[in-house]
Design a protein around this ligand. Structure first.
Ligand SMILES: [Zn+2]
Ligand SMILES: [Zn+2]
Length: 152
């Protein structure tokens, strides 16, 4: 995702705090640290990358705790889980509609903002009686860095 400014990160953390209070959910140091780590990573981190970052701040935090906190954050809509991003799930702190370019070689995930994709209208969906709540388009390919390193 695009780099988030520190005040943007602070804003999202505040919003999360408010939401926890509304829901009567304890705002644990762990959850707070996990959300902060996702927001600070600009590259759609895996759960293990989040764990690595959080470990520096919350010594002794377990992998299970981090995974559970990620699940909670996804369920509450503060973090998105990407289902299409290579071998392991990736997490995205950017929750507005956007799309992704995914490198087949290095599994890098690049954000893509495109209005024509946002307005996609697919008539087949109505025939299925399916109601789309949300979507994100992903394109698989080879990123610039990997193309450069390819023997030509
Ligand atoms: Zn690549
Ligand atoms: Zn993204």
């Amino acid at each position: 995702m695009a780099k988030m400014a520190p005040d943007q990160i602070a804003e999202r953390l505040d919003a999360f705090e408010t939401r926890c209070r509304q829901l009567g959910l304890p705002l644990t140091t762990q959850r707070h640290a996990v959300l902060r780590a996702v927001l600070e990573h600009h590259d759609h981190p895996t759960a293990d990358q989040v764990l690595e970052t959080v470990r520096d701040r919350v010594p002794g935090i377990s992998r299970t705790t981090v995974y559970r906190a990620l699940d909670t954050l996804v369920a509450l809509g503060f973090v998105r889980r990407l289902h299409h991003a290579g071998p392991s799930a990736r997490f995205d702190g950017q929750t507005h509609r956007h799309h992704h370019l995914i490198c087949d070689k290095c599994h890098k995930v690049i954000d893509l903002q495109d209005e024509s994709l946002d307005r996609l209208h697919i008539s087949e969906v109505h025939a299925e009686g399916f109601q789309i709540e949300d979507f994100s388009v992903h394109f698989m390919g080879i990123c610039r860095a990997c193309r450069r390193s390819e023997p030509s």
